[in-house]
Design a protein around this ligand. Sequence first.
Ligand SMILES: Nc1ncnc2c1ncn2[C@@H]1O[C@H](COP(=O)(O)OP(=O)(O)O)[C@@H](O)[C@H]1O
Ligand SMILES: [Mg+2]
Length: 134
Amino acid sequence: MSTTSEMRARIRSDIDLARALMLVRRYAEEKGFPEIPVAQLCTAASELGRNILKYAGQGTLKVKTVHEARGTGIELEVKDQGPGIEDIEAALRDHVSTGGTLGLGLPGVKRMMDTFHIESKPGRGTRVVVRKWR
Ligand SMILES: Nc1ncnc2c1ncn2[C@@H]1O[C@H](COP(=O)(O)OP(=O)(O)O)[C@@H](O)[C@H]1O
Ligand SMILES: [Mg+2]
């Protein structure tokens, strides 16, 4: 696998999500990432993918390698064209959920990753980009 390779997966079902998580794991392991960041990347992909299925119905996951002065990182981009998030600040707070669940997905992902970026427009969709260094 070359260092510029990018992988994508469409997420429309639980099975798609399970496959996407295996893809993230394999990708990170092939890049030589240790177990803990691999697990964190899988957890992030799982939470963000779960949000797609629950709130948007379908979306996409992209995985790629990024190079910076600090070394090699893995970037996940998780995107949908669902209903979007009205109040992003609230959604990033612990225990805020419009879906009756724990409300720890987005804040947990933010804590677990080295960089976290979210953009969302009501009626247009949501895009989350995270990076993790090894
Ligand atoms: N892809 C998404 N599309 C629309 N709303 C979302 C999406 N992801 C998260 N949200 C909103 O952000 C809130 C917080 O998400 P999260 O922290 O994962 O908690 P939970 O999934 O338990 O509700 C959700 O309740 C929902 O309102
Ligand atoms: Mg969630």
